[in-house]
Design a protein around this ligand. Structure first.
Ligand SMILES: C[S@@+](CC[C@H](N)C(=O)[O-])C[C@H]1O[C@@H](n2cnc3c(N)ncnc32)[C@H](O)[C@@H]1O
Length: 280
């Protein structure tokens, strides 16, 4: 195997280090890192090397093995990609309003409850956006409950807090801002916080999609967007078939803009742009 020492890096970092780290990440999280992620791994992990006052990536790999209990979560947190935003992929939220909610109003009229799962929820913008649409369009006496899960424990802390820099909500309408966010004061003047009414319907939990899921209830729909893009075909197929077990026939699964279930054997039919309906 060629060992490439890339001079531009402050800390020694070889192909062997990268292979070790990406294998570890793949086994644990399903995330596949191709060779083009070499530099990305460096920039994500160099912070850990500095914080631990280590001298090279080899030392970091050894440290990881010897201190798995304390370092492994921090390693995984560092390499996940958490990009998200409020109402990302707007058409999904229009579809919720125009199709899913009218169906729920009929199908769930006895229970008056709606249960949703946002799998790979990152810092919370996705589940909060779903919550806004549901609370705005369902009768007030309905009970909405949204489970937001992620592998990365740091993003979950942020999601639970529900505090965002004002730049992250600058695209939202004044009406939405007024309805769902509280403006910060003093040192937090450049931040907004999700109002309690919306935070109260959220349940944020650490859940690794590659491990058994401690989930008992069915959901009315599931969002798993921009997560499976990092997985191989077999993992995708396994995951999507597991989602199917938590949905009734007729319920929806939403995936990300660059993802597809094409060539994957599932119970779902594509019925719109990255929107699937369970058919059997
Ligand atoms: C790019 S973000 C997508 C956030 C949001 N769903 C969206 O589309 O805006 C992908 C998220 O999936 C999470 N993730 C990756 N692998 C995971 C796994 N094996 N189990 C649970 N979450 C995972 C990452 O931590 C990250 O927060």
């Amino acid at each position: 195997m060629t060992i490439m020492k890339r001079r531009k890096f402050e800390f020694e970092y070889t192909q062997k280090d990268f292979d070790f780290l990406r294998r570890l990440s793949n086994t644990h999280s399903g995330i596949i890192a191709e060779n083009d992620k070499f530099d990305m791994f460096y920039s994500r992990l160099v912070r850990r090397i500095r914080a631990l006052k280590l001298g090279s990536f080899k030392e970091y790999c050894d440290y990881l093995v010897e201190n798995k209990d304390t370092e492994f979560t921090l390693f995984i947190n560092a390499i996940t990609t958490n990009l998200t935003s409020f109402f990302r992929e707007k058409h999904h939220f229009e579809y919720l309003k125009d199709v899913v909610i009218p169906e729920l109003l009929i199908n769930n009229k006895e229970t008056k409850t709606v249960k949703v799962w946002s799998a790979g929820c990152s810092t919370g913008e996705e589940p909060y956006s779903i919550g806004m649409i549901l609370l705005e369009n369902l009768p007030r006496n309905w009970k909405v409950s949204i489970l937001g899960t992620d592998l990365d424990t740091e993003v979950l802390i942020k999601a639970k807090e529900g505090v965002y820099h004002e730049d992250l909500v600058s695209e939202l309408s004044d009406k939405t801002l007024k309805r769902w966010f509280k403006k910060g004061a003093g040192n937090n003047a450049d931040k907004v916080k999700i109002k309690a009414e919306l935070r109260d319907i959220m349940h944020f939990k650490m859940l690794n999609l590659m491990e058994p899921w401690p989930i008992k209830n069915n959901f009315d729909f599931i969002f798993c967007r921009n997560v499976i893009i990092y997985f191989d075909k077999d993992t995708k197929e396994h995951l999507v078939n597991q989602y199917s077990q938590f949905l009734e026939v007729g319920s929806h699964l939403f995936i990300g803009h660059s993802e597809s279930l094409h060539m994957i054997k599932t119970d779902f039919n594509l019925i719109g742009k990255t929107i699937y309906r369970k058919v059997s």
